[in-house]
Ligand binder design. Structure first.
Ligand code: GMT
Length: 374
């Protein structure tokens, strides 16, 4: 099949899912065309079955806001015609679903009919999309997609609660490549960040307020009072300065390392002992799955889609949002006994098996075939 994937090219979960999906499909022989404003961070090499088309937005002084949707929809039309594309798969409703719908209409005018699938990821629904300023346009584009998918049952319920959705929402969970668990291509060793006997605790996110970064630091502080540990903070975003200043005021500087955005996430996770994800909201929590594939148990919150990913008391623990004492207690409980830690590590890996990329992607492929046939 010849498929266009529209996504954000950055480190965010929706971009990672879209990129991994496209890479996998191209390896299976489909022709994949990414359309976005920058080459997606996880794509290293382009091949004859893997293309990237950049969206350029010329700046013009008259515009306070440059019209990205306009440039994107024109680019989609151009690529669809040039490569005889059969299907559009857009990730993250805003503004991708809206722009894709406009392209569909422009193509219809030229006698080309193109099915469109929209995958909802989370904040496009729960945080931004349902805002009264955007809601109508998001609802319209969801209802005008041939198929709509959500990454968890929780997100499906949120979408049905927040919007008047006329389309059935298909839940297709995020996925993971199980072969990553045998990945030996380590380029960073634990000794670079911690000593042999120290525990390495990791957090990876875009440091937005809903990630509750200060909770990460407070949980770590409590753990570190009992067990010798280092905290690795990977990512970048609006709460980073606040987090750094918390570390300074609370004398955590020497035990907390801020690494910034990284393409070495798998290597960092492969020597991590525990992952902290105390988010206020998370429709899936892909990063938890990325930790678990490297046998890293996760301490997280019982919110959104997280209980669909992390099994409480098996691959980690789920606690009420903001309950830093309980999260620290659970972390210490896992780490303080090496046999127990080992058991949780193995269970974390075991939990990933139901998200095997080889099984999950078949659902997308079946949907693509149906959409193209109709
Ligand atoms: O987590 C983020 O802030 C990034 C965001 C995105 O849209 O890139 O992630 C959302 O999509 C991910 C992939 O499906 C999910 O794993 C995340 O849980 C979801 N984030 C939220 O719901 C806050």
């Amino acid at each position: 099949m010849k498929i266009v994937i529209v996504c954000y090219p950055t480190f965010g979960g929706s971009g990672v899912v879209a990129t991994e999906l496209g890479l996998y499909l191209s390896r299976k022989g489909h022709e994949i065309h990414f359309i976005t404003y920058k080459q997606p961070v996880r794509i290293q090499n382009l091949t004859p079955s893997l293309h990237f088309h950049e969206v350029h937005v010329p700046t013009y002084d008259l515009f306070k806001y440059q019209p990205y949707e306009l440039a994107l929809s024109s680019r989609i039309v151009e690529i669809v015609k040039k490569y005889k594309i059969q299907l559009l798969h857009v990730h993250y409703a805003i503004p991708h679903a809206y722009a894709a719908y406009m392209s569909k209409k422009m193509l219809e005018d030229e006698g080309i009919s193109l099915p469109m699938i929209t995958t909802l990821h989370g904040t496009d629904i729960t945080l931004v999309g349902s805002h009264p300023f955007y809601k109508r346009a998001v609802q319209f584009s969801i209802n005008n997609s041939e198929y709509v998918t959500a990454v968890s049952h929780s997100l499906k319920e949120d979408t049905e609660r927040l919007f008047d959705v006329e389309k059935p929402i298909n839940v297709i969970p995020n996925f993971i490549d199980l072969s990553k668990s045998n990945d030996t291509g380590k380029t960073i060793d634990k000794h670079v960040v911690a000593s042999k006997d120290q525990f390495v605790i990791t957090h990876i996110s875009n440091f937005r307020p809903l990630k509750r970064i200060i909770d990460v630091l407070k949980i770590f502080e409590k753990i570190n009072k009992k067990l010798d540990a280092k905290l690795i903070m990977v990512g970048d975003g609006p709460e980073k300065l606040k987090a750094k200043s918390y570390c300074k005021s609370n004398k955590l500087d020497k035990d907390v390392l801020f690494l910034g955005n990284s393409n070495e996430v798998d290597q960092i996770l492969s020597f991590s002992d525990l992952f902290l994800l105390p988010s206020e909201q998370e429709s899936f929590g892909l990063v938890a799955l990325e930790a678990m594939i490297h046998k890293v148990p996760v301490i997280s919150t019982e919110t959104g889609g997280l209980p669909e990913v992390i099994e409480n008391g098996y691959s980690g623990y789920l606690c009420p949002v903001g309950d830093i004492n309980l999260m620290a207690d659970k972390a210490i409980f896992i780490l303080e006994d090496s046999d127990r830690h080992e058991k949780f590590k193995n269970q974390a890996l075991e939990s990933c098996k139901k998200f095997d990329i080889n099984n999950v992607i078949v659902y997308y492929e079946k949907m693509y075939s149906k959409a193209i046939k109709n």
